[in-house]
Design a protein around this ligand. Sequence first.
Ligand SMILES: C[S@@+](CC[C@H](N)C(=O)[O-])C[C@H]1O[C@@H](n2cnc3c(N)ncnc32)[C@H](O)[C@@H]1O
Length: 378
Amino acid sequence: MGDKVKGDPKKEVSEVELNYIIQIQDSIAHLKNLDRVFQCIYLDPPFDLGRTFKYSAVLDGPEFKDKWDGDDYAVWLDQLLEQCKRVLAKDGTLFLHMSAGQSLIPEMVLNKHFSKVEKIFWQKAHGKNTVKNKLGAVVDIIFMASGNKRKFNLVYVPLDDYYLENSYTQKDARGFYALGAIKHDKTRKGHFYTVTNPKTGDTYEVPYGWRFPEEEMLRMIAEDRIHFPKMKKATLYKKLYKHENKGKPLSDLWTDVHYITRTDQDQRYYPTQKPFKLLRRIVAIASDPGDWVLDPCAGSGTTGAAALSLGRNAYMIDINPEATPIINERLAKAEAAGIIPIEEDVNGGNADKKSKKKRKKTSKKKKSDPNQSTLSGI
Ligand SMILES: C[S@@+](CC[C@H](N)C(=O)[O-])C[C@H]1O[C@@H](n2cnc3c(N)ncnc32)[C@H](O)[C@@H]1O
């Protein structure tokens, strides 16, 4: 069974008809005339680094310039974000990727356009051997901007090895379990009632209340999901079974996605290419299967490949014609690999490696917009 498609519980993700569109044009000019709505936008623009990036080692090969004069960068970003906001769904989310050292202007411009601006800190490297007179820059900021009401899917990441090894020390007929807190402390008041151990008749009360209502407590006791201590006055816990753990909810500090990977979906195509797994996570947080995802600075098309791999549709724009064969190749590969549920990134998860395995193929149809310079596998 695949994941369900939101809005149509009878449909499997694998039945979603997917589309992708590639536009080679300046993003601002293109978006101004675009009559579409996107649930998720990922923007990895030039960072204003004053450098030129070579796409390959070939001397006269394609390059991407990131050099700006005066306020030009701030003005350009402002105009681009204005257009992005125009095509973003009311409950949609825009992610803006930036090096931590260059984040001031993007943060100011984002705050002008969006009511909610949060930050994700991505540790892209563990150290830099090349630095001499400064600290190695190993963090990028991914701004997450939206209105006050947004579509949000909680994504889980694997539990720490230390926690896995040291916490599941209790055992019952169901299996190994860890102890989860069920009473409130001073800072928050909970639900007040008396809990009785059905086997011994011992009773328990707590000064600041239980974390959930009595009805739920009784259900958990009936299902033997409450850990009653051997010592009478000791604390009660709920049982967190090892075989039921989904991982831990993702935080705003991402240290588990590595920049350099060499896998099927993540071969190096582009100098500023971002990891496939990073983009899968972003797309999974802010969209559902069948939704449209936009990348206005698509580069090698990582966002599109991630979107297709999760059953979303992809709309890619880049100003550089040299990027088109690269995006085409990547999206064709993603299409061939089929849908990879986000849960595969959690369970020891490297979706890239697993793409080699046979998966359910999606029925995908590529669409083109006849009025635009559209390139796709059509
Ligand atoms: C940092 S790279 C994106 C890399 C991409 N995230 C990936 O994983 O491959 C930025 C891209 O923005 C594109 N770009 C720069 N200015 C643009 C504009 N005005 N409109 C559209 N694309 C633009 C560049 O050609 C470059 O491919």
